[in-house]
Design a protein around this ligand. Sequence first.
Ligand SMILES: [Ca+2]
Length: 184
Amino acid sequence: MRAFVTTASAAVLLLLATAGASHGQLAADPPCTGQVHPNPGFERGTTGWTAGPRIVVFGDAPRPAHTGRAYAAFAGLDVTRTDLLRTTVTVPANCDLTVRFWVRTTTTETSRSDYLNVGLAVTGIPPKTRFSLAFDGGAQWREYAMSSGTATTERTATVSFVGSETAGNGTTAFDVDDATFTLS
Ligand SMILES: [Ca+2]
């Protein structure tokens, strides 16, 4: 899919170069469609992701994935540590990127100590933490979404999931699955 995006972007640039000042929808397949990440549900392990050790797990019956068999798991060990999971996609010019992901929170905490920060860094915009999830996130899978907005130039968007755990206050495990990257 990455190859498709690159090819589509090149086609758009070529068309824009030959079309001069005209803009808007092109006759070719519109580039602002589709899910562009090669491994949104972690079924292929860490393919397409930069991940710390042991983040991607294969669920078992008591703790199944949102879909498929695999998901990413953060914290839950009651030790002071940080887990990182990150990926970057290309956002063609004039496209909006919507990132959707599902999180399940299993906790023994009653106050905010362990957390999962979800950041979005888009070319030209300061990186920002879009979600800071904690013990009250819910024991069932819950969906979250964030968007890049549009720009007239091609950009990259980097999404990061950072799980931070502090020992001694109870444990919280965050599971993430089906992180989709859809252009519109
Ligand atoms: Ca999955």
